[in-house]
Design a binder for this molecule. Sequence first.
Ligand code: NAD
Ligand code: NA
Length: 396
Amino acid sequence: MIIEPRMRGFICLTAHPKGCEANVINQIQYTQPKGQIKGPKNVLVIGASTGFGLASRIVSAFGAGASTIGVFFEKAPAEGKTASPGWYNSAAFQKEAKKAGLYAKSINGDAFSDDIKNKTIDLIKKDLGKIDLVIYSLASPVRTNPKTGVTHRSVLKPIGQNYTNKTVDFHTGVVSSISINPSTEEDIENTVAVMGGEDWQMWIDALLNAGVLADNALTLAYSYIGPALTEPVYRKGTIGRAKDHLEETAFKITDTLKKLNGKAYVSVNKALVTQASSAIPVIPLYISLLYKTMKEKGIHEGCIEQIDRLFRERLYTGQEVPTDEKGRIRIDDWEMRADVQDKVAELWEQATSETLPAIGDLQGYKSDFLKLFGFNFSNVNYLEDVNENLQIEELQ
Ligand code: NAD
Ligand code: NA
């Protein structure tokens, strides 16, 4: 069928298989020519189909030559309906990996469940033996705890007080004021249950108990800090509590991995347009001003640039991994540079519906958003009839 973007609120209901393929190929072509990373051989990526997780899988495979198992939760194509973008991304990844002679298999299902953990462990035992890098890159609004059966929903709210600030509807470019009510204690607990470190720990416990982690195994999860501007709704809000928990979990997991001499790291990444970040109020306005500023300074990065730098300049340099005073790897260093933040803060004051097209990168935001769903790639013919019923090879 001929596939066009169909927007509803902050999501796009359709995805384009050819555009998703272009997205994956572009990322491969970024990391591959930089030469082989002396890195991991067998990598498990949990949340491997979009955003930072997909980039992590691509750098592992096409940057380091690793065998990869990817776990994700994506919608298959159905009668008259396209699949979700992560489905097509994974179909393209599998195809390219096969062409390159790289082992790659994928598992589609709820990573929070015991069932998917067991399935993953069985596959590792059967095909790879042991894993030396586990990347945990889930972003989800909901998690059912397999031990209690309770379903938790995360919320994006400030803690303790109302938060009012500017926000933009990036589809229309209208800048308005938004007021968000403070969370309840229950909201905080639920958000920590979904986006904190409990499930990461469960994965590592399960993998360790099954004997499928190699000596010196590393595991990595992704966090965000951001500027004072977004603090009330991000780092000091409910999601920030979850990130605090995730970061504390890294130390616990390092303890868990002691007998293997393994280690857990959290990497603090840059703010980027992904399905997850588009849903957070205020953040899209911040991102559009940040993109403008970083592009002008020639230091803008997308997911693949970030993760490629994480591997080549932080994790696999042959030297000790550089971290901040809280033990975190920082690849948000360029975002957080004083000259960048001062400029964004200045632009923030000026941002209105009228000024934003000139002072912000709304076009870049929109373009990146469409690209998440496989639209807006210049080398794809969107008038062409394409097979939306694409299947993922080596899907377990
Ligand atoms: P994303 O939405 O692009 O990716 C989420 C991934 O999780 C997808 O592969 C999806 O299939 C998978 N997933 C979701 N629920 C699942 C489930 N129940 N079972 C299996 N898989 C599931 O998100 P992202 O922006 O790449 O976020 C990944 C991590 O990076 C998050 O921890 C996020 O907080 C962090 N991060 C994001 C940003 C940003 O600006 N986007 C910045 C810094 C850190
Ligand atoms: Na991801």
